[in-house]
Ligand binder design. Structure first.
Ligand code: TIU
Length: 220
C-alpha cells in the first residue's frame, strides 16, 4: 500500500504506522490564547483543525495507533533550560501569567489540547519540555514497545515543533510523512520552506503529502 507524496510514494504499512499529533494546544490555537496575545494570526493554525479532525476520525476508525504531544513545563520550571527561556522571550515568556493561565505550564488551561482534537483515554499523551517530541520524553520507548516504524506527523507549528520532531524521528529510524494541510505556522513563508526542506534532497527528513491521500489509503 502506498500514499501519494513528495518526493515519491510513501510505502504505507498501517500496522506499524502511528498518527502523531503535535501540540494542538489551546495557547497556540485559540483566539484568547498565548499565540494570539503575541499578535499572531491564529486562523493560520486553526485551518488545520478540520483536516486533523477528519484524519483522526479515519485513523481511529481503522483501529490504528494515535499519540498526542503537548509542549509544557513543570510548575516550578525546573525542566526549563535557561536557553529556552531566553530564546522564547517575547512580550510574555514561559511561566508568565497569560490569558489562559501560566504560559506553557502543565495543568494550566492554555496547555490543554483543543477540545476538537481531544485525546481518547487509550491514546498516549506525551508531555515534552522541548520543541522535539523525542527529547526528554519516553516517546521513542513507547513507539518501540508498540512496534511503530512509521509516523504521520501533524500539528503545530510546521517549522518549530513539527520540524524538530520529524528530524529527531528520522534520525532514530522512523519514516515520517507530513500531510501539508494538517500542519500550520503563524508564518506562511516559513511553513512553505519547512515543508520543502522535509522532502528535498530525495526526502532527506521524510515525505510531504496531503490528508486526502492519507484518507484514500485508509478507506476500505
Ligand atoms: N509547538 C510549537 O511549535 N511551539 C512553538 O513554540 N512554536 C512556535 O512557533 N513558536
Amino acid at each position: 500500500m502506498s500514499i501519494a507524496a513528495e518526493p515519491y510514494a510513501f510505502p504505507f504499512a498501517p500496522e506499524t504506522c502511528a498518527l502523531l499529533v503535535i501540540d494542538m494546544q489551546r495557547d497556540f490555537l485559540e483566539p484568547g490564547g498565548f499565540g494570539a496575545a503575541l499578535g499572531n494570526d491564529v486562523s493560520l493554525l486553526r485551518r488545520t483543525i478540520a483536516p486533523n479532525r477528519r484524519l483522526l476520525d479515519a485513523w481511529r476508525g481503522a483501529g490504528l495507533q494515535v499519540l498526542h504531544t503537548r509542549e509544557g513545563h513543570q510548575p516550578d520550571l525546573s525542566d526549563l533550560p535557561e536557553a529556552k527561556k531566553t530564546r522564547a522571550r517575547s512580550a510574555l515568556t514561559i511561566g508568565d501569567a497569560g490569558p489562559m493561565g501560566r504560559i506553557l505550564v502543565r495543568g494550566e488551561k492554555g496547555h490543554a489540547i483543543i477540545p476538537e482534537l481531544a485525546p481518547l483515554p487509550a491514546e498516549p499523551v506525551i508531555d515534552k519540555p522541548g520543541k522535539g517530541a523525542l527529547w526528554a520524553t519516553d516517546l521513542h520507548a513507547t513507539l518501540q514497545r508498540l512496534g511503530i516504524r512509521q509516523l504521520v506527523v501533524t500539528g503545530v507549528t510546521t517549522e518549530v515543533c513539527v520540524h524538530t520532531t520529524v528530524r529527531e524521528a528520522n534520525d532514530r529510524g522512523y519514516d515520517c510523512l507530513v500531510p501539508a494541510d494538517c500542519v500550520g505556522s503563524y508564518f506562511p513563508d516559513l511553513h512553505a520552506a519547512a515543508l520543502k526542506m522535509i522532502s528535498a534532497q530525495g526526502g532527506i527528513f521524510g515525505w510531504v503529502s496531503h490528508s486526502d491521500h492519507v484518507l484514500a489509503a485508509l478507506s476500505p
